[in-house]
Design a protein around this ligand. Sequence first.
Ligand code: NDP
Length: 292
Amino acid sequence: MAAELIDGKAVAARVRARVAGEVEALVAAHGVRPGLATVLVGDDPGSAIYVGGKQKASAEVGIEGFDQRLPADVSEYEVAAHLERLNTDPAVSGILLQLPVPDHLDGPALVELIDPAKDVDGLTSISAGLLLQGRPGLRPCTPSGIIELLDAHDVELEGAEAVVVGRSLLVGKPMAQLLLERNATVTTCHSRTRDLAEVCRRADVLVVAVGQPGMIGAGHVGEGAVVIDVGIHRTGEGLTGDVDFDAASERARLITPVPGGVGPMTIAMLLVNTVEAARRQLEPEPAEAARR
Ligand code: NDP
């Protein structure tokens, strides 16, 4: 079987067009434009490219950008004070602290300072707790983008065997939670899993986020499975994923390429979260309105 491609670029373009419409609807209803603040500490060129891409994508859908750059030797106190200012700035609907931060700063502790109502990366412990409890909240962008991709291809999740390889806070754990929320039977694998290939072969839906180039091969893929490759690795021949694409394509029914699969969805979902955050700030649910 030669797998059909899941075209992340096309799905992301549709999501972005939808977000652009939602931005204009919010502006029409409230006279306020959603705003996204990105905070980049230091001058790592890779991180600067990521942040630039996020700001460009925001501008394209009409979100106002606040591109904040702090010097590499900034103190933790100064970053904290900066985040606090953004938390209270009504023009800022969403805040993203670009990770990793320089070694002298505690990235997870700084992320915790972001107001959960503006946590568009969905990485604070409040956002993680809301996801665990199945309550409304901002979800991490990469796993929620994967759910969009699966929905775009009408992949049945209810009752499906879903295997997630990787248990990071960024991808694996929230991915497992979102699949569970959709009534899949979810198994999470990690570096101590015995006979990884055998567990993976059971999957109707296999999501791979291990950070090891080409680690998942034909022996890990059951006939007719849907394979989602989250990995991104820069090699001499360009970008590649955690899945051996050619080998896995022989057995899979649907598969994401790298590049052009999961990657474009991550930024698209950041835009979705920014508009969602703005909408909740402008049109709070009764319990939320009472708290404010
Ligand atoms: P982490 O390094 O944080 O987590 C990797 C996970 O894989 C860990 O849970 C680890 O297990 C598990 N693992 C590592 N080796 C093995 C193995 N041999 N067998 C089974 N499990 C293993 O990575 P991330 O989740 O942050 O990212 C994963 C990949 O996805 C990276 O390539 C990253 O660049 C990419 N990525 C892509 C994004 C996109 O937008 N496309 C967004 C985010 C990430 P253990 O916990 O036991 O150590």
